[in-house]
Design a protein around this ligand. Structure first.
Ligand code: NAD
Length: 552
C-alpha cells in the first residue's frame, strides 16, 4: 500500500508512528531516514534530491529512489541491499545481525578522482555526489552541524578570548544547509554574528527555522545593526544578502574588523557551489550551463580575492580559520599563494576531542514525536551528571532548536559514552518509555572515519594526513560489528579528490539483537578514532587508549 501511494504521489516525508510499512524495523529505519533526508524542512532542494552541501544527494534520480524504497519494503533479515552512488544494484545474502544496506557513493580510482571526471559520469547518469550524510541517509537538518559549530566557536573563545564571546563579532559567508548553523551556534556561544549569503532564499530559510534573527539586503543597515549589538554585548545574528568577498572588502574599507572570521560558502565545488563575486545568481546559473570552464576560472579567481581579504583581516587582528570547505585550496589555485597562512578548524580546535573518541553522535526518533527526544535528553542528563558542558547544550537545544523533519538530537560524545548512551536508549525503547525505535548515527566528520588532508586530518602529528586506510578500516569494523546501514564515500566536505570517509547508523529497537550490535558498534566506532590518533602519536589519545584498554 505504501509503495502504491508513494508511486502515485511521491512525497518526501518519513512515515511516523509505531506501525511498520517494511518487514521489520531494520528496514523501516533506513526507509524513514532516507525519506526524512528529503523532507522539505530538511533538504535544501528536494526536487533535485539534493539534501545539503552543494549537490549532495540522497538518491541518484527519482527512478532509483523509487526502486530503493521498493527494495527496502521487500528486504528480509537474511539479505542486504547494495546501493551504488544512489542507485540500488543488487541484494546479497547476509544474516540478521549484518547491515541491511551497504552503500558506496562517489568513489573513483584516485587518478580519476576529480570534479571533471565525476561530472562526466554524472551527466551520463552513472554517479551522484553523496556528500557525507546526504547519500548515507543520516542528515538531520542544520541541527546536525549545530553542535559541532557551537563546539568550535566555544573552543575558539576559550583559546583566544578567555572563554567569553560577549562583545565579540563573528563574520562568515554561506548560510546554506551546513553554514546555516553558524548564526545560532554563534549566538548560543554569546557572540554577535554577521553572515553573508548571495542567495536570499537561503537566509529566509534560517529565519523560518529560527536559526538567524534578522535579515537585510542593505550593507549599511547590517553594519549598523551588528556594531550596535556588539557594543551592547548582545548575542544577535544578522543575515546580509550579498557576495562575501564584496562585503569583506567594504568592512575592511570601513575598518570593521571582526574578532573571529571564517567561511562556509560551498567553495568545495567551484562550479556548482561557489558563486563568483561579479555574477548575479541568475547570471551564475546561466554561465554554469553555457560555459563551465569560464565559470570555474571566475570562481577560482573570486575565491582568491575573497581569501585575500580574509588574510588582510587576519593581519589586522581577526582570528581566522578555514571551516572545512576547501576554500584555501581553490583560492590557491586561483592565484592567492598565501591561502594556507590560516589553518583549518580541526587542528585549531577539534583534534583534542577526536583523541578522546569524541564526535558528532546523533539520534532520531522514528516515531516522529518530539516528546521521545525530550525523554532521551532527560535520560542523558541523568546518566552523565558530571558532563556540565553536555547538559548545558541539551538544555539550550531543547529551548532553541526547532526540529526539522523527524525529531532528532546531536551531542558530541566520546569513547565509552556512546556505548552507554546507546544501551540506555535501547532500554527506553524496550520499556516503552519512547513510542517507537530510535536510530543512532553520526556525521562522517568523526574521529576515526575520515581521511581529509585539508580538514579532519590536516597537519597530523606523524604526517599521515592522506592515509585512507583508516576510514576503510572504520567501514569494515562497523560492517563486521553489525551497524544497520554503512557507507563509504569520496569527496565529502572538501570535494572530489580530497577526502574519503565512512558512515554508520545503528538501529535501537529494544531487542537483544540491537543490544549486541550497539555494544559492538558503539564501542568500535569511537575506538577507531582512538586507534588512529594513538598511531599518529597524540598523548591525549594514548591516555584514552590506556583508560579503555585499547592499546595493543
Ligand atoms: P550549501 O550549498 O547548502 O550552502 C552554501 C551557501 O553558500 C549557499 O547558500 C550559497 O548561496 C552560498 N554562497 C556561494 N557562493 C557565495 C558567495 N560568493 N558569497 C556568499 N555566499 C555564497 O552548502 P552547506 O551544506 O552549507 O556547506 C557549506 C560548505 O561547508 C561546503 O563546502 C561543505 O562541504 C562544507 N562543510 C563543512 C562542514 C564542517 O564541519 N565545517 C561540514 C559539512 C560541510
Amino acid at each position: 500500500e505504501f509503495i502504491n501511494t508513494y508511486a502515485r504521489h511521491p512525497h518526501y516525508e518519513a512515515p511516523t508512528g509505531d506501525q511498520l510499512n517494511a518487514k521489520s524495523w531494520q528496514t523501516e529505519a533506513p526507509l524513514r531516514m532516507l525519506l526524512n533526508n528529503l523532507h522539505a524542512e530538511v533538504a535544501e532542494d528536494p526536487e533535485q534530491l539534493i539534501v545539503y552541501g552543494g549537490t549532495g544527494q540522497a538518491a541518484r534520480n527519482p527512478e532509483a529512489l523509487l526502486k530503493i524504497i521498493e527494495k527496502l519494503l521487500e528486504l528480509d533479515d537474511d539479505h542486504s541491499l547494495l546501493v551504488q552512488s544512489g542507485k540500488p544494484v543488487g541484494m546479497v545474502r547476509t544474516h540478521p545481525e549484518a547491515p541491511r544496506v551497504l552503500i558506496a557513493n562517489s568513489n573513483l580510482v584516485p587518478h580519476w578522482a576529480n570534479w571533471e571526471h565525476f561530472e562526466k559520469l554524472k551527466s551520463d547518469g552513472l554517479m551522484m555526489y553523496g556528500q557525507m550524510t546526504a547519500g548515507s541517509w543520516i542528515y538531520i537538518g542544520s541541527q546536525g552541524i549545530l553542535q559541532g559549530t557551537y563546539e568550535t566557536f566555544v573552543a575558539c573563545g576559550e583559546k583566544h578570548f578567555n572563554g567569553d564571546l560577549k562583545h565579540k563579532l563573528l563574520v562568515t559567508g554561506g548560510l546554506g544547509g551546513m553554514g546555516g548553523a553558524q548564526p545560532l551556534a554563534a549566538t548560543m556561544a554569546g557572540a554577535t554574528f554577521l553572515g553573508v549569503d548571495v542567495d536570499p532564499e537561503r537566509i529566509q530559510k534560517r529565519i523560518d527555522t529560527r536559526y538567524i534573527d534578522k535579515m537585510t539586503y542593505d550593507y549599511e543597515e547590517a553594519k549598523k545593526w551588528v556594531l550596535e549589538a556588539k557594543n551592547n554585548g548582545e548575542a544577535v545574528s544578522i543575515g546580509l544578502v550579498g557576495d562575501i568577498g564584496n562585503v569583506l572588502e567594504k568592512l575592511l574599507h570601513d575598518n570593521v574588523i571582526p574578532e573571529i572570521l571564517t567561511d562556509q560558502t560551498s567553495a568545495h565545488d567551484p562550479i556548482h557551489g561557489y558563486v563568483p563575486h561579479d555574477l548575479s545568481l541568475k547570471e551564475a546559473k546561466a554561465l554554469r550551463q553555457s560555459n563551465a570552464t569560464l565559470y570555474k576560472e571566475k570562481s577560482l579567481k573570486s575565491m582568491a580575492r575573497h581569501v585575500g581579504f580574509m588574510l588582510e583581516m587576519m593581519k589586522r587582528g581577526s582570528k581566522t580559520f578555514d571551516y572545512g570547505n576547501n576554500l584555501r585550496e581553490f583560492a590557491y589555485q586561483g592565484g592567492e599563494k598565501n591561502a594556507f597562512d590560516f589553518k583549518g578548524f580541526v587542528p585549531e580546535y577539534i583534534r583534542p576531542l577526536f583523541c578522546e573518541g569524541k564526535g558528532p553522535f546523533r539520534w532520531a526518533a522514528l516515531s516522529g514525536d518530539p516528546e521521545d527526544i525530550y525523554v532521551t535528553d532527560k535520560a542523558l542528563i541523568e546518566a552523565f551528571p558530571e558532563n556540565k558542558h553536555m547538559i548545558h547544550w541539551l538544555e539550550e537545544a531543547k529551548e532553541k532548536i526547532a526540529f526539522q523533519g523527524l525529531p532528532c538530537r546531536i551531542c558530541w560524545l566520546g569513547m565509552g559514552e556512546r556505548e552507554k548512551a546507546g544501551l540506555i536508549f535501547n532500554e527506553l525503547v524496550k520499556s516503552g518509555k519512547v513510542k517507537a525505535p530510535i536510530v543512532i548515527g553520526r556525521d562522517h566528520l568523526d574521529c576515526g572515519s575520515v581521511a581529509s588532508p585539508y580538514r579532519e586530518t590536516e597537519g597530523m602529528k606523524d604526517g599521515s594526513d592522506a592515509v585512507s586506510d583508516w576510514p576503510l578500516l572504520n567501514l569494515m569494523s562497523n560492517t563486521a560489528g553489525g551497524a544497520t546501514w554503512v557507507s563509504f564515500h569520496h569527496g565529502g566536505g572538501v570535494g572530489m579528490g580530497y577526502s574519503q570517509h565512512a558512515g554508520m547508523v545503528v538501529l535501537v529497537d529494544g531487542t537483544d539483537r540491537a543490544e549486541r550490535c550497539i555494544r559492538r558498534v558503539l564501542h568500535n566506532d569511537p575506538a577507531m578514532g582512538v586507534f588512529r590518533h594513538v598511531d599518529a602519536g597524540y598523548e591525549e589519545a594514548i591516555k584514552t587508549g590506556t583508560d579503555f584498554s585499547l592499546i595493543i
